[in-house]
Design a protein around this ligand. Structure first.
Ligand SMILES: Nc1ncnc2c1ncn2[C@@H]1O[C@H](COP(=O)(O)OP(=O)(O)OP(=O)(O)O)[C@@H](O)[C@H]1O
Length: 240
């Protein structure tokens, strides 16, 4: 089978906040076209791991390589779309409508996105003239997804993107992500709603105990996972 390009490689990562160890012995590789669910209890370190991948935090030991470069010294902003819980909450304070916010992003990124199509994809067409302060939590999360789609990134990191989204659109949400993955985008989604994600993702990676959490690889594509691997869904889904 043809191997897919490696997007992200984490080797022997450890990280501590104020000398309080949080992550240790983390090894993980993510490949182009993979849709991954990152799960774990509150405080397990999922958001912290995303910030490390983004180069916002510096590893204690070990390495994080993004598109072949060290993530901390070369964070590849142009290749990554990141939607955090904070950014979604922050949208509420933007004194704009949805379509104005999209226009700002399109101009800033010089993007060629088909905005009406994207609005229809996230089912916000009829709300496009609404101010962000008027939107529900779930509608705001759809705006977050839409902004990630505009960027046309090679790696998309989503931190609890469906927490306020109803189950009907949640399935649609993962279908959209699945289509993106099929077109080659690597996607990592932090979620506490694995039951919604499970049918769509290729792999589930669980952070547990705050330490030593190891890659869970799909055996047929990327080799084997190591000791401590928590492979909840070993068979790739949605790939032919
Ligand atoms: N800036 C910070 N300084 C010190 N400690 C922090 C900081 N940010 C997070 N922590 C701590 O690190 C731990 C992991 O936090 P993190 O947000 O990564 O967890 P999480 O797995 O994303 O949790 P949740 O599911 O609740 O969102 C928590 O105990 C948190 O209090």
């Amino acid at each position: 089978m043809e191997s897919k390009p490696e997007v992200l490689s984490i080797q022997n990562l450890s990280f501590a906040y104020d000398e309080r160890p949080l992550l240790g012995g983390v090894n993980l590789s993510i490949y182009a076209g993979e849709l991954i669910a990152l799960v774990g209890d509150n405080g397990a370190g999922k958001s912290t791991l995303m910030k490390l991948i983004l180069g916002q935090l510096k590893p204690g030991t070990g390495t994080i390589t993004l598109f072949g470069d060290d993530a901390f010294s070369n964070p590849h902003f142009e290749d990554i779309a990141y939607v955090s819980q904070d950014s979604i909450r922050g949208y509420r304070n933007f004194p704009t409508t949805i379509e104005e916010l999209i226009g700002i992003h399109v101009r800033y990124l010089n993007a060629k996105a088909q905005i009406d199509e994207l609005l229809a994809t996230v089912q916000l067409s009829e709300h496009k003239s609404k101010r962000l302060s008027e939107l529900s939590g779930g509608q705001l999360q759809r705006v977050g997804l839409l902004l990630a789609l505009i960027k046309d990134a090679r790696l998309i990191l989503l931190d609890e993107p469906t927490s306020a989204i109803d189950r009907t659109f949640s399935a649609e949400f993962y279908r959209i992500l699945r289509d993106l993955a099929v077109s080659g985008t690597a996607i990592v989604v932090i979620t506490h709603h694995l039951h919604d994600a499970r049918a769509f993702v290729d792999r589930v990676i669980r952070l547990e105990d705050g330490t030593c959490h190891i890659e869970c690889a799909t055996l047929d594509d990327h080799g084997t996972g190591g000791a401590g691997c928590h492979c909840l869904h070993p068979q790739p889904v949605g790939r032919s």
